[in-house]
Design a protein around this ligand. Structure first.
Ligand SMILES: Cc1cc2nc3c(=O)[nH]c(=O)nc-3n(C[C@H](O)[C@H](O)[C@H](O)COP(=O)(O)O)c2cc1C
Length: 184
């Protein structure tokens, strides 16, 4: 297969459309982040790439806490809004119903089916963005996203971001069992 070079690009598929919550200037603020991923299992950790100019980053640095909230596909409009407008000039604090967990200063979004409450543990300057590593201190899941007591991703129905095309998607079909099909 012939390949075409594109130059260095921040291209990876798919990406989440997570909502990062932080307490900034005494109020909850939320920004959309596609550059967000699980980074370690022990301790459970996430990494989020946040541009230095983001209002959210100010709160993460000041409080040392933040939240990662997974919106369902029905929340595309709200997620896009949080990615279009900065809390510097728009009050996003009442867009969602915030709740607080054990860390007390990381606003979590009730309307999002999955929430990770995080303590910021590292800030790594990577140029345009700061990679914020956070230890997940608590995980919250909406009751209706459990099937037989287990997390059911189909019920979470996570919002997915497709970069390049700049579109939101939802989960597609199941293809095969993981950690299994490769054995055949
Ligand atoms: C789909 C989508 C994904 C985004 N991903 C990121 C990201 O990973 N990192 C980042 O710094 N900004 C990202 N942004 C941009 C911020 O969400 C946006 O600048 C936002 O207004 C910042 O809000 P704040 O200034 O209140 O923190 C994304 C925006 C959209 C719409």
């Amino acid at each position: 297969m012939e390949k075409t070079t594109l130059g260095p690009q921040a291209l990876l598929y798919p990406m989440p459309a997570a909502l990062i919550g932080a307490q900034v200037d005494g109020k909850p603020n939320y920004m959309t982040a596609a550059w967000c991923a699980i980074a370690a299992l022990k301790p459970p950790s996430v990494a989020v790439a946040i541009r230095r100019s983001r209002y959210t980053l100010k709160g993460v640095r000041e409080q040392g806490t933040f939240s990662v909230n997974v919106p369902s596909s029905t929340m595309a409009k709200e997620a896009d809004y949080c990615g279009l407008y900065s809390g510097k000039n728009r009050d996003k604090s009442r867009l969602f119903t915030a709740f607080y967990g054990e860390l007390k200063t990381a606003p979590l979004i009730t309307e999002c089916p999955l929430n990770l409450e995080c303590k910021a543990i590292h800030f790594l300057d990577l140029g345009s963005h700061t990679l914020v590593a956070g230890e997940i201190m608590q995980t919250y899941i909406s009751g209706d996203c459990l099937t037989d007591g287990n997390v059911d991703p189909g019920r979470i129905d996570p919002l997915i971001f497709i970069s390049g095309a700049s579109k939101y998607h939802r989960l597609g079909d199941e293809i095969a069992p993981a950690f299994a099909i490769g054995k055949d």
